[in-house]
Write a protein that binds this ligand. Sequence first.
Ligand SMILES: [Zn+2]
Length: 394
Amino acid sequence: MKLLWCVLVLAALVLAEENEGSSESSESQEVPELPLAEECDEELCKLPDCRCSSTEIPGGLLPRDTPQFVTVTFDDGVNVININTYREVLDGRQNSNGCPAGATFYVSHEYTNYRIVNELYNNGYEIALHSISHKIPQDWWATATYGELKEEIADQRTQMAHFANIPFESINGVRLPFLQLAGNTSFQVMADHDLLYDCSWPTNTFTDPGLWPYTLDYASEQDCMIPPCPTASIPKPWVLPMVSWKDLNDFPCAMADSCFYTPDMEDEEAWFQFIVSNFERHYLGNRAPFGFYVHEWYLSANPAVKSAFIRFLNLINSLPDVFMVNSSEVIDWVKNPVPVTEYRAKPCRTWSAAACPVSLCGNVPSEHNQMTYWLEACNVCPRVYPWTGNPLGL
Ligand SMILES: [Zn+2]
């Protein structure tokens, strides 16, 4: 019965999630408390720590000398319901240079099984932050205060490192729930807590050619689809723009599963062509990183889409100048861009397996609502279900 209830709650979350990528505008934002950033000056803003928002290829490389990065990402809680899909589509993949392929999980805490997060980390995928509560409504995130976002994001890093027993330093990316930025605030929290990049900000304007990652030292030229967007100078964190796909009627979609005019959901060949045509806009263009941003349920509910996705991954894993990587690897490359021949020859990234001294905590009572939550962790069991304000459940 409890499981059924959890599934229903998950289904509700999934429905709420469908709003991700929608361009709901809200006029009622507070006046920015920080001065506006100045126009970007490429003479002053230089790699590795500063980059103007631009579609120019880092390092002044030609497209043919530029590695085409592909970032596959999944959002939300990681648990026994979705791990089988992740294993099926990802495990064992290599890029054409023999290095392990990457993927990034923007994990929200609620309903997450940390034994499974530990498994994903040990398989070389990137674990990133998607908030502790993922609470509704979406507007809450638009107006969240510094303290609230610190509790949801910065504290989640501590929580994730603790319960999945993975290195704190390995967790350095953020995607906000519903792709809802909070203006300057979310980036200030990231800057103050040494988080490397955000991947919440869609662009519909800079898709062809696509926008490359950049910093916020100076004013961004990126279009603001889901306001409020940052306006102040906030050095350090990188923006990894979500370059929108185009659906069959040329309408933009920030996430693959938010496209409206899609091929028939049962037509694998049409879906394969659809994915490839979006990929080619990058690969045959300025090679801005290509994102395949999706929720697991979309693949498990649509087997033909999943098959098309697997075919696409098989294709890119065979191309000599395409690399399926963890999102943070894209930022690493942008900071120090090297030609594709040099990149291919680099040693593969390495990581150390993290132990999981399994704690089957079972049903843990929560203090923030009347529920108990099933919990598996790679650390001592918490006293109460971990939540904002008490991320370790002490
Ligand atoms: Zn989400």
